[in-house]
Design a protein around this ligand. Structure first.
Ligand SMILES: [Zn+2]
Length: 250
């Protein structure tokens, strides 16, 4: 059995049972029985269910900025290890707890690239992260407005600006070829990173994430004030699309 089959066998039943709604509890018991009868890895997943099943959507107030970042990075470790817990959380409970309000503990600015599925990468579920995606993970004024809303109104404790391997937007900016439509409108936002780091794609992508994290810290009065009060942390990160690992760059 290869690792992909392993992953599908292990997690699909848990994700697949959620839309069933009414039969959730008995489905979970069945899943637990099924899993307990299975592998040692299955047992770990079963333990994960018991630990993470209560809705976590409203636990934001207990997080410091460092704890919020740690929560994301621990989720990424589970993603890398193919030990996801997010899809075994009580989705119906999370939906119910977030009808009236949301309290995501983290904001993420990532690329629109289909290989960067943010909730999966950090093993999070409904109401937990405030995700903003745009090609090249650039802090345009609209994106800054959105992240300000996340931090200033919703109370996110950390903002992660995350570049990734093989980023087409950064690559296109390096190449500076003619492109159709308004695609080149992305370039001026990414060019400073290329100017700083040169034509190496990974170096330019990491520089781009750092530049836009700094931009958020400096150009947003809302974010700058929260950072100054130690209520918010803004970090740059890099997602390796091959390994699934996120590394914090600063
Ligand atoms: Zn990209």
């Amino acid at each position: 059995m290869n690792s992909q089959q392993h992953s599908i066998d292990e997690f699909s039943p848990a994700c697949g049972m959620q839309p069933g709604g009414a039969a959730k509890d008995s489905s979970r018991r069945k899943f637990l029985q099924m899993t307990v009868g299975g592998t040692a890895a299955g047992l770990a997943v079963a333990a994960g269910i018991e630990l993470t099943a209560p809705p976590r959507a409203l636990s934001q107030s207990t997080f410091t900025p460092d704890a919020a970042l740690r929560e994301l990075m621990e989720g990424n470790k589970r993603f890398v290890a193919e030990r996801l817990t997010a899809c075994q959380q009580d989705l119906a409970g999370l939906k119910q707890h977030t009808i009236e309000k949301q309290e995501p503990f983290a904001g993420v600015l990532s690329c629109a690239d289909s290989r960067v599925p943010v909730e999966l990468v950090f093993d999070q579920s409904i109401g937990q992260i405030f995700v903003n995606r745009i090609a090249g993970n650039i802090a345009t004024s609209e994106i800054i407005a959105s992240l300000e809303y996340g931090a200033g109104v919703l109370g996110t404790k950390v903002i992660v600006v995350m570049g990734h391997g093989g980023c087409g937007a950064v690559k296109a900016t390096i190449q500076a070829h003619e492109v159709p439509g308004q695609i080149s409108a992305l370039y001026p936002h990414i060019q400073p990173a290329v100017d700083q780091a040169g034509p190496n794609l990974e170096a330019a992508t990491k520089a781009n994430a750092k530049i836009h994290a700094a931009l958020l810290r400096q150009s947003s009065t809302v974010i700058a004030a929260l950072v100054k009060q130690n209520k918010l942390k803004v970090v740059a990160a890099y997602y390796d699309i091959g390994t699934g690992a996120v590394s914090v760059l600063e």
